[in-house]
Design a protein around this ligand. Structure first.
Ligand SMILES: Cc1ncc(C[n+]2csc(CCOP(=O)(O)OP(=O)(O)O)c2C)c(N)n1
Ligand SMILES: [Mg+2]
Length: 555
């Protein structure tokens, strides 16, 4: 074989990704990744070409969460890599497995304008960085990156100098076994009988139990077991924000416990004397820093139980086990009880109460965001995928009790706005067979509004619902409560319907909520993508902000 006919390293690197089972890659090209990306596409991988590198990684995050697999993205060296510094910490904190193929500046040059020391930038985010500078080892190094991403559940960025990528491949045609085949496959961890006996004693002595589930419970398939435990204890059910909807069909589910707790949940949590946290890391916001259940002891059921989390002492009682096996064993060990906290009146209250009943003055022509969410909850089909973004409005969108967990994605551990549109693209790529509805704020959508073009170009079936209060709601409510000037937080109602049309999407300003059933039916029939702009009042303050800023709530 002459040098010209030999495969290049970028061919082999692309093959190594294909060998890893990569079928979707979110990409933005430059000199240092375009040959590799072109080859990966040729090998049958669907390439989603986005308009900002941040969005490539953010979309890969949602794809990874949705498919419980490794999300893959690619960026060029230097300025391509520096764009990732907000998405990567978000992926690290959400424990998402990603592999990012990044170019690196050529090694042969003494100077290159896009050169920057990429490793410390990436490792500062909590992601791993692998320099691939040894051609012979590259296929194995790609396999190892996937192994690490899967095992540690975090992003791994691999940097390959682009002059090396262009070299002829001198190595073997056989690629290493993919990471998936090498990973240990341990069976779910059963609990120790002594731990079960201790936990059963604690639970038997409690009067008002809340079974509180996180994503660990979702992943372990522990939903039905948690419901059975709550039923046997006569207690209630609740979830973290990302696990919301796990108990959507249970009449004794009081919704999210944390910053997004509905009114009725706040009331019952105050009375709880035992919270059984199942498969959740007890992050600060879960349980409102412990303030939501002041009387409760905490029993944690988890494969990796903790006493202190994010600066707080969280649980004194622990049962180490797989979420499902631990809950099942505990339920089996409990004696039947005759007394119960739950009753029919309670179920009726949970069903009939509004998430928030505070009354606000709303100017004519503007909507109450809570009414908009209630109308959307009614009008949107049950099998559509939902994505909640960030900002003040995400409190309202989280209150859609009929939506099951597997159809409602929330990733917000880093607290960044601007990710919603990328998450919607990631879900659309993972679930191309059904519409995806994004709930976003005007400020957040504006931050990466260019991706409307990606959605259009790739023919994604995405409906963007903008809760447009003409402001950075989170900021304006806090500034108002402190009597500070609102400059920088109020922008006015920009015309998202017009912006959508500019990108070739359908656009509507929704003024009358009674139109929703018709609009939804039209969207379902027509497919494609659209932006619906809901002009809402900036006077409606979420309960979380009212609690944190009680002065502002009175104004
Ligand atoms: C990347 C980033 N920049 C700034 C912030 C601070 N911030 C938090 S919420 C918010 C406003 C979001 O506005 P919008 O999307 O309109 O939602 P709203 O709060 O108005 O409902 C801002 C600027 C942030 N969280 N992340
Ligand atoms: Mg806003």
């Amino acid at each position: 074989m002459t040098t010209e006919t030999k495969p290049r390293l970028y061919d082999i690197l692309a093959k190594a990704f294909t060998q890893e089972g990569v079928r979707t890659c979110f990409a933005l090209l430059g000199d240092a990744n375009m040959n590799w990306a072109a080859r990966l596409g040729e090998q049958g991988c669907r390439m989603v070409y986005v308009r900002h590198e941040h969005c490539a990684v953010a979309a890969a995050m949602a794809y990874a969460r949705k498919n419980r697999d490794v999300g893959v993205a690619t960026v060029t060296c230097g300025p391509g890599v520096t764009q990732l510094i907000t998405a990567l910490p978000a992926a690290v904190r959400a424990h998402l497995s990603l592999v990012v193929f990044a170019g690196e500046a050529p090694l042969k040059s003494g100077w290159y304008n896009q050169e920057i020391d990429q490793a410390p930038l990436i490792t500062a985010t909590g992601a791993a960085y692998h320099r691939l500078h040894m051609p012979e080892r590259m296929p194995v190094a790609v396999r190892d990156a996937f192994l690490q991403a899967r095992r540690e559940r975090r992003p791994v960025v691999i940097g390959v100098p682009f002059d090396l990528q262009g070299r002829p491949w001198e190595g073997s045609a056989t690629l290493p076994k993919p990471s998936r085949e090498l990973l240990p496959r341990p069976s779910p961890m059963p609990p120790h009988p002594d731990d079960v006996a201790g936990a059963a004693k604690l639970v038997a002595g409690a009067e008002r139990v809340v079974v509180f589930a996180g994503l660990g419970a979702v992943e372990a398939g522990a939903g039905p077991a948690c419901r059975a435990l709550a039923a046997k204890t006569g207690g209630l059910l609740s979830t973290t924000l990302p696990a919301r909807g796990l108990f959507h069909e249970d009449p004794f589910c009081i919704g999210i416990s944390g910053s997004f707790t509905p009114e009725v949940g706040l009331e019952y949590l105050k009375e709880a004397d035992l919270v059984i946290a199942v498969g959740c890391s007890l992050a600060y916001h879960a349980g409102g820093g412990g303030q939501l259940w002041p009387k409760a002891k905490m029993l944690q059921i988890d494969i990796d139980p903790v006493a202190v989390s994010q600066g707080q002492e969280v649980a004194r009682h622990h049962l180490r086990a797989d979420a499902r096996l631990g809950v099942e064993a505990l339920t089996a060990a409990l004696p039947a009880r005759s007394r119960s906290w739950r009753n029919d009146a309670m179920a009726a209250r949970i069903r009939d109460s509004k998430p928030d009943s505070h009354v606000f003055d709303i100017a004519p022509g503007l909507l109450d965001p809570r009414d908009a969410v209630a109308a959307l909850e009614k009008a949107l089909p049950r099998d559509w995928e939902m994505v909640n973004s960030s900002g003040h409005c995400s409190w309202f969108f989280a209150q859609m009790p009929s939506r099951p967990q597997e159809k409602f994605l929330t990733i917000r551990e880093f607290g960044a706005i601007g990710n919603g549109i990328s998450f919607a693209m990631g879900v659309a790529a993972a679930r191309p067979d059904r519409p995806v509805v994004l709930f976003d704020g005007d400020g957040s959508l504006m931050m990466h509004v260019q991706e409307l073009e990606t959605i259009k170009r790739h023919g994604m079936n995405v409906l963007v619902i903008v809760m447009n209060d003409g402001a950075y709601g989170s900021e304006v409510h806090k500034l108002r409560s402190e009597g500070m000037p609102e400059d920088g937080s109020v922008f006015g109602y920009c015309d998202f319907a017009g912006i959508a049309r500019g990108f070739g999407l359908a656009g509507k300003t929704v003024k009358n909520l009674d139109d929703l059933p018709r609009l939804v039916a039209e969207f379902a029939a027509g497919g494609g993508a659209a932006v619906w702009d809901f002009h809402v009042s900036d006077k409606v303050v979420s309960p979380t902000i009212r609690r944190a800023h009680p002065q502002g709530a009175k104004k």
